[in-house]
Design a protein around this ligand. Sequence first.
Ligand code: GLU
Length: 369
Amino acid sequence: MSQLTRAQRIVVKIGSALVSEDGRARTTWLSKLAADMVTLNAQGKQLILVSSGAIALGRQYLGDKKPRKLEEKQAAAALGQPPLMAALSQAFAPHNLPVAQALLTLEDTENRRRWLNARATLDTLLNAGALPVINENDTVATDEIRYGDNDRLAARVAQMVGADLLVLLSDIDGLYTANPRFDANAKHISEVSEITAEIEAMAGDANTEAAVGSGGMVTKLAAARIAYAAGCSTVITLGDRERPLVALQDGARATWITPPYNPETARETWLRSHLNPEGEITVDAGAERALKAGSSLLPVGITGVSQGFARGAAVAIKNLSGVTIGKGITAYSATDIDRIKGLKTDAVEAVLGFRGRPAVIHRDDLILG
Ligand code: GLU
């Protein structure tokens, strides 16, 4: 069975050259892609689309050269994002799949507090049966705080939502030992189980500057590396064909980059090695049992909390005997936890004045032991 058939949560990335041509949206191709995504959706998969093309669709209003200066790119993106979303909404309209726009900046995936927010929003959209369409918020992101290319943005999104597959639709059907446009002996690589220096060197060799967009094999491999560390497979395949995703499911030529562990294991490893507790939460015996059975930590089971940490902090979880039973990332500040500890979830809003997350620590953000 193909990895695409097995995957449950898939991030699909489409580049500017697929989305646009001469400053116009490629509506025929987009409607075929929509049909493909709807086919996967009907198989019970959750999908996120990362789409470039804002700059490519907007630049005609600024003199139609490839924008070089950052502010030109930012202005072009501001002009092109609405027509990009209009084209995508139109492509998905016949299928009754609502399309949601989410514009992210680097901080949304790098800063833990913002990452909790972005992930919760994307989860909510997915659970509501919508298709989140993501692009970088180019108009406000300045150079130092920019992803710059949507390959890496897509990989960060895949990591954030715990996707098991990242599909990079490209202008080439995968990775070659050398650039196949110039070297007749270049060989296609179909499987990569480890991103070695040798593989990186191949990507460097095969890279050519894109006429639109900012991709290339180097950024694709950089994306694959991010996904790999998150336990998410990456597949690089040719996007410019009628039904690229169905073709992939039917075994079309591609490079599959597969890590030896899944997103859950990767997340646990990451939590274990990266979280230095900034505070602690004490829980009662009921909560201890619930945590061990795989539940999230709810306010009702909390008996005490140390002070001074913010939302998004790492905290140790202790039982009533003072033994550390786990650690995790908290969705509430220490002050707020102190006010809602012991309360049933539906009583939280009246105390805090806002409706927060149901869990103080979501089970995806905690490890035991
Ligand atoms: N965010 C850019 C756009 O929508 C594209 C970045 C990229 O080419 O990867 O035009």
